[in-house]
Design a protein around this ligand. Structure first.
Ligand code: PDD
Length: 285
């Protein structure tokens, strides 16, 4: 069965799903996106993703393509048509078509594109082995709180990681870790405190991050939201990442050195379990 892709109101076979070369998403990366998890045919934390989408749009003075209700109806139909039970739903809004020029066009219609990707989210083989991560300079722009499709710097970082035999890269600015290429970064300090960078323009406010920090606090684990250094990762008992596509995933090696004992840590495993156990409760579509 061909996968159907949603393009501005139509559900089209993959080969027919097209966008103009004059779309500003293509020419200027003038587009924002969201990735949400499909579990048991439902979307986890979809409302939170749509709230973050609305914020990204408003930070860029970009019009919403349609109402949230219309987006949700289209998401629902796409999930049904493609029959995906586990995986990801990608959604992208761009400012639309206009002759190439830098200022925002006065009249353009935002475009909305969505597709599904079938993927093993729960049984990711990396859960057992954990991830190897390298550090790399953060080459991105200064508004990483906006989830734009300008993803070349993180792609370069991820490619560098793969070339080095690692799974991912943590990006570093002024000696502090900002975040992973497509995830938020955490350590567990020698005194069992979870440390992750505070929210601001330097990182994306992860939807998974919000849920996981809440679970950590409920479990009585101390959380400090402040930047941590490369040296602190070397001293850490555990490290992990969070994202919609990875949930909570252990990091066991950093720049070639074991993190803690080089195995997924107990706090990481505990948080992953709680996250998964409650994921269906947060499946709001
Ligand atoms: N990325 N930080 C960055 C830079 C990200 O790109 C992402 C998500 C996150 C985690 O956010 P969330 O928990 O809401 O998924 C943090 C998605 C998965 C992606 O680009 O594929």
């Amino acid at each position: 069965m061909t996968r159907l892709i949603y393009v501005n109101g139509d559900f089209l076979p993959e080969q027919d799903a097209k966008i103009s070369v004059l779309d500003r998403g293509f020419l200027f990366a003038d587009a924002v996106y969201e990735v949400s998890t499909i579990l048991d045919g439902k979307l986890v934390d979809n409302k939170a993703h749509l709230r973050r989408l609305a914020r990204s749009l408003s930070e860029l003075d970009m019009a919403a393509p349609c109402s949230d209700e219309d987006i949700i109806a289209a998401q629902h139909k796409l999930l049904e048509l493609n029959g995906v039970k586990e995986g990801l739903l990608y959604l992208q809004v761009s400012r639309g078509v206009a002759d190439r020029d830098f200022p925002y066009p006065e009249h353009s219609e935002s475009s909305l594109v969505m597709f599904t990707q079938a993927k093993n989210i729960l049984d990711n083989p990396k859960i057992k082995s954990g991830l190897k991560v390298i550090s790399t300079p953060d080459l991105r722009w200064k508004r990483r709180d906006i989830k734009t499709v300008g993803l070349l710097a993180p792609s370069m970082a991820k490619q560098e990681a793969l070339r080095a035999g690692a799974d991912d890269a943590w990006m570093v600015e002024d000696d502090f870790i900002t975040e992973g290429t497509s995830n938020n970064a955490y350590i567990v300090t020698p005194d069992n405190v979870i440390k992750t960078r505070h929210l601001g323009n330097e990182i994306l406010a992860g939807i998974t991050r919000t849920a996981v920090l809440k679970f950590a606090k409920e479990a009585g684990i101390d959380v400090i939201e402040e930047p941590f250094t490369v040296a602190e990762v070397k001293q850490a008992k555990e490290a992990f990442i969070t994202s919609a596509s990875m949930f909570v995933m252990p990091v066991v090696n950093f720049d070639g050195d074991d993190v803690g004992n080089g195995k997924p840590g107990p706090i990481t495993i505990q948080l992953r379990k709680v996250y998964i156990a409650t994921a269906m409760e947060r499946a709001d579509l």
